[in-house]
Design a binder for this molecule. Structure first.
Ligand code: PEP
Length: 257
């Protein structure tokens, strides 16, 4: 079964509405010819609706950076899945390490968010990854496996098959220190095997993205790895030329197994 590459840009807390519209205008032009790769942008909440309108006629899809797992109620500052779906989101990032480190997200709440995203018709991009201390203690595989298990617990196989997983070593996010292709592949392979044990079709279909200091000049080697199907990109997604360079590195072949 073929897996299409996915390159997703996480803009974090960057870009006003005017800046967001300028970025997608340039990006649309630069990637207009790309047919063999899915492309997503995740602007901040304030820019979701205008960006949705601006990309309607393009090959870009909209992602949100986070959702809460309840659908309504007294949850000041929170936004739920149905609201994101209504403004045109296709994907939502779940459990990004900055949410885990700064906003108190836990293994339990990441699982609730994954389920809430699916219930709203969104595709979760579920983030997992170890800290530097965990890697140095040789705990990478154990930590990442536990995070994966918590996020997919209780999902029926047919739902699981629609998940996107992003392996993002925390030490590589925004640091300029990228995992070597071998380091990333090792973890991706473990994730794929763990998914296979749950459901062979899920292992074959779920795109596994790598995230952590991906740039146009290191993307090709990372994406050449058997189990790396795309990238979740932070800093380099804020500039149309550099993000388009990563998309082009991914669009050279459709992956499969
Ligand atoms: C991210 O925040 O998901 C990320 C991978 O950031 P960067 O590309 O800047 O390391």
């Amino acid at each position: 079964m073929a897996r299409r590459p996915l390159i997703a840009g996480n803009w974090k807390m960057h870009k006003t509405v005017a800046e967001a519209l300028a970025l997608v205008r340039d990006l649309k032009r630069l990637v207009a010819q790309v047919r063999d790769c899915d492309i997503a942008v995740a602007p901040p909440y304030t820019a979701l609706f205008p960006v949705a309108k601006a990309i309607e006629d393009s090959n870009l899809r909209l992602a949100a950076q986070e959702l809460f797992y309840e659908n309504k109620g007294a949850f000041t500052g929170a936004v739920c899945g149905p609201m994101l779906e209504e403004v045109g989101c296709h994907y939502v990032i779940v459990a990004h390490s900055e949410r885990r480190q700064l906003f108190g997200e836990t293994l339990v709440t990441s699982g609730k968010r994954v389920k809430a995203a699916f219930a709203a018709g969104l595709t979760p991009i579920f983030c997992i990854g170890e800290t530097l201390a965990e890697r140095q203690a040789n705990d990478t595989m154990k930590i990442v496996a536990a995070q994966l298990d918590a996020g997919i617990e209780g999902l029926p196989a047919a739902t699981l098959r629609r998940l996107v997983v992003a392996y993002e070593p925390v030490w590589a996010i925004g640091t300029g220190v990228v995992a070597t292709p071998q380091q990333a592949q090792e973890v991706h392979q473990m994730i794929r095997e763990r998914l296979r044990a749950r459901d062979p079709e899920a292992a074959a279909t779920i795109p596994l993205l790598y995230g952590g200091s991906v740039k146009a000049d290191n993307a090709k080697e990372l994406l050449a790895q058997t189990d790396i199907d795309g990238a979740l990109v932070g800093g380099a997604s804020l500039d149309a030329e550099s993000f388009a360079g990563i998309v082009k590195a991914a669009s050279v072949r459709t992956r499969g197994q």
